[in-house]
Design a binder for this molecule. Structure first.
Ligand SMILES: [Zn+2]
Length: 141
């Protein structure tokens, strides 16, 4: 079993039950090679509790994760395998040939970044295809 990778945050947002500020926690995780996310909250004022989760990370939660943790970077240590890398990136990201060239250039320049679970997921897919890819975690503040 491969190691799971998590990025989690706490934030306050309005309670859906009473409108008071409630503490929320959010997490994105790479578990068994698939990306999941979830948020949950329990309001101390009215006791309203909510938990939601899913596959594709909502932009709002992604923004919170990125601003809290900064971004992880995808690095290819063998830049020669361009064609193979492009095939994996196209399949994973669901993008066309024009876009994948741009993405690959950013990867090779060390400028392709995202949340740690996202980048780790891509790195694993690339390694599974025999490409020497690593996810570089965000530098700790
Ligand atoms: Zn409440």
């Amino acid at each position: 079993m491969r190691q799971s990778v998590f990025a989690s945050i706490r934030f306050s947002a309005v309670c859906q039950g009473c409108g008071a500020q409630a503490e929320w926690s959010g997490v994105q995780a790479l578990v068994n090679d698939s990306l999941r996310w979830g948020v949950e909250s329990m309001c101390s004022a009215c006791g309203f509790a909510v938990a939601v989760c899913g596959g594709d990370l909502p932009d709002e939660l992604r923004g919170r994760l990125l601003s809290e943790h900064r971004t992880a970077t995808l690095r290819l240590t063998v830049p020669a395998q361009r064609a193979k890398a492009m095939r994996v990136l196209r399949a994973e990201l669901g993008i066309d040939l024009t876009d994948v060239k741009v993405v690959l250039e950013r990867v090779l320049a060390g400028a392709y970044s995202g949340t740690l679970p996202e980048i780790e997921c891509l790195a694993r897919r690339l390694r599974a295809a025999g490409i020497d890819a690593v996810a570089v975690p965000p530098t700790s503040v």
